[in-house]
Design a protein around this ligand. Structure first.
Ligand SMILES: [Zn+2]
Length: 259
């Protein structure tokens, strides 16, 4: 392949499923070149399951779902890798050359470590996200997803940033996987998912404090782990209720915002 005088030898990561319509060539922070091809999507249908699921994103777990077998905790290897990355970033900051001065060997070495650690974090995150997404999509016909948007990214802690990035990657993987396999994907507005009751639909008068891990409904009396309740709210809001019955066929859409 060549372009603007650069000639590259291509190593294929996988075979193209079809004739590509365009290609994008880019270079990562380690200096590796990549080519990504755009191929028209073809739906690969999966067998019907008769099951639906709602997913809520969080800090305690990446995804809490209305199913008992599909929750996704924050990976320990992800935390370790994020800590390593933070250490190299601090090292790099300490060795940063003063303005007009040449970068030291130590600085360049730290910068390489940062790039490598970052690439590893991204790779692990995508791998975990894809495996989980595949399982969720295989096991459900319709999938309701909280439409998470990391709004406060710039002014939050490293841990929160890492969690946001993991959630973003996981949500993306799930939506892509669902579309690829022709599943019914529904994005749900995140407002009030922690205040509403996933079983009777009543809205609490007060916002739940973040330390409060249990949602107790004053209207119907149900008491559930906070994140499980939110997952049910997402499910019901997407029109995939009836509330309280897990894994049922899609009902009449109520407040759904279809993806
Ligand atoms: Zn209730």
């Amino acid at each position: 392949m060549s372009g603007r005088g650069i000639v590259l030898t291509v190593v294929w990561s996988r075979r193209l499923p079809d004739q590509p319509s365009s290609v994008r060539v880019y270079r990562d922070s380690l200096g590796h070149w990549y080519a990504s091809f755009v191929v028209p999507a073809r739906v690969e249908p999966l067998p019907e399951t008769g099951r639906v699921i709602g997913a809520d994103w969080g800090v305690k777990e990446i995804a809490t779902t209305s199913s008992d077998e599909h929750d996704l905790p924050h990976a320990e290897h992800g935390r370790k890798a994020a800590r390593r990355l933070a250490r190299y970033q601090r090292m790099m900051a300490r060795r940063r050359p003063a303005q007009g001065q040449k970068a030291s060997k130590g600085y360049l070495r730290a910068r390489k470590h940062v790039a490598r650690a970052h690439a590893k974090v991204v790779r692990q995150r995508q791998d975990t996200a894809r495996k989980w997404a595949k399982r969720v999509v295989r096991d459900h016909d319709a999938i309701a997803v909280e439409d998470f948007r990391p709004r406060f990214l710039a002014r939050t802690s490293m841990a929160r940033k890492a969690a946001d990035a993991a959630i973003g990657a996981t949500k993306h993987a799930l939506v892509e996987m669902g579309r690829k396999h022709g599943r019914d994907m529904r994005l749900v507005h995140p407002a009030h998912t922690t205040m509403d009751c996933g079983w009777c639909g009543a809205r609490a008068k007060h916002r739940l404090a973040l330390s409060e891990r249990t949602y107790t409904c004053t209207a119907c009396g149900v008491s559930r782990p906070r994140d499980k309740n939110s997952a049910h709210v997402v499910l019901v809001r997407a029109g995939l209720g009836p509330a309280g019955v897990e894994g049922t066929r899609p009902g009449r859409p109520r407040d759904a915002r279809a993806a």
